[in-house]
Write a protein that binds this ligand. Structure first.
Ligand code: CA2
Length: 144
């Protein structure tokens, strides 16, 4: 089983700024935790981050046939990107939306996710644990 973790804009800054909102873990720290758990569960994971909408769209398109499930933290594109939404919808690879913060408890503009309706479900508010919960949901998606 192969799971693609996609991370959107500015997540490369994790751990450096706004620790009160996003915690002190870097994206590399989170990736290491996901890799450790994935190894225990005998699943393969690929972890990517981009600040570019088109690059994320390209990765989603290429995931068909290459990955079983996508776990995506689309970051700010969650709230704006019809292109990311259309790519998820078009490829048909089961996709799980995740966020570090509880987007529903933050500014109003973060309450709306334009990708939620084309994802299997949404996990948010658990900090780095959201990624591990996303991994669990992805495995459940394939095996159930
Ligand atoms: O809570 C999440 O995971 C978000 O997807 C994070 C995005 C935000 O736009 C979403 O509304 C919720 C922001 C990612 C940028 O992370 C930063 C890290 C350090 C400093 C500044 C931003």
């Amino acid at each position: 089983m192969k799971i693609l973790f996609l991370n959107g804009p500015n997540l490369n800054l994790l751990g450096q700024r706004e620790p009160s909102v996003y915690g002190r873990d870097t994206l590399a720290d989170i990736e290491a935790k996901v890799r450790e758990r994935a190894g225990q569960l005998n699943v393969a994971v690929e972890f990517r981050q981009s600040n570019l909408e088109g690059e994320l769209v390209g990765w989603i398109q290429e995931s068909k046939g290459a990955f079983d499930v996508i776990v995506i933290n689309a970051a700010a594109y969650t709230h704006t990107s019809i292109a990311v939404r259309d790519a998820i919808s078009a490829v048909g690879v089961p996709t799980i939306e995740i966020h570090l913060s509880n987007i529903h408890a933050r500014e109003e503009f973060r309450h709306k996710s334009v990708i939620a309706a084309v994802c299997r479900g949404q996990i948010c508010g658990f900090g780095p644990q959201s990624y591990l919960l996303g991994l669990g949901a992805a495995i459940g998606e394939k095996r159930c």
